[in-house]
Design a protein around this ligand. Structure first.
Ligand code: HEM
Length: 187
């Protein structure tokens, strides 16, 4: 039976997003592709031309966010697909065995008390929308497919956020990361 919760991120020569650049941040790079399609189904490579990669993921429950943080995130966050959001960034991330060997409370400590992932990102919420996707339990090559949308006016703010996160303690546990910069194709 088809798993309708699986989302496929397909890098090929088709799709609603134009790939402007792919940058390897750490670990093995990903292949080149010219377009991205996001499909809410478990696709197979034969359905596309010139496939560079297909990453599968699901939208899962939160792990580390507290009630008060969630209330703030829900209050300040905007959804995806805002009319002025012409840019998107997809960042596949893998974390180390050491990260996954830790307990939930140990990971939360690194994620928030040491790295301030949520507190530091919160000010960006009014103009950067996000969706976290989990891949690890599907046996995929990345643990997460992160997705961000914003207006091109805010590209430098997004870059600053990424460089701050990448200097944090949490990122000492990131073993593989690539950044796919996208532009919405307007038809
Ligand atoms: C608007 C900016 C951002 C906000 C508000 C934000 C917020 C969050 C929150 C609340 C979580 C925890 C979800 C949970 O409780 O399970 C999370 C997880 C995560 N975020 Fe962000 N984030 C932002 C930007 C970023 C960026 C730019 C990256 C990548 C460069 C990133 C990568 C991740 C990853 C990989 C996780 C999963 C961590 C794990 O479960 O080990 N985030 N983010």
């Amino acid at each position: 039976m088809a798993n309708h919760k699986i989302i496929s991120f397909v890098g090929s020569d088709q799709g609603a997003w134009d790939i402007a650049a792919i940058e390897r941040i750490s670990g093995n790079p990903i292949n080149m592709a010219s377009r991205l399609s996001i499909l809410k189904q478990n696709v197979s490579p034969g359905e596309f031309g010139n496939v560079g990669w297909i990453f599968k993921a699901v939208i899962s429950n939160i792990r580390y966010t507290t009630r008060s943080e969630k209330t703030e995130l829900d209050r300040d966050g905007r959804g995806l697909n805002q009319p002025e959001f012409d840019c998107a960034v997809m960042i596949p991330i893998k974390k180390s065995d050491t990260w996954w060997a830790m307990t939930q409370d140990e990971r939360r400590k690194v994620f928030e008390e040491d790295s301030r992932h949520i507190a530091m990102s919160m000010p960006y919420l009014p103009f950067i929308s996000r969706q976290l996707h989990h891949s690890r339990d599907l046996g995929e090559e990345f643990d997460f497919i992160t997705w961000f949308e914003f207006s091109s006016v805010h590209v430098h703010a997004f870059d600053k956020l990424c460089s701050t996160l990448r200097r944090s303690k949490e990122w000492e546990f990131v073993t593989r990361e690539s950044e796919v910069r996208l532009r919405r194709i307007v038809v």
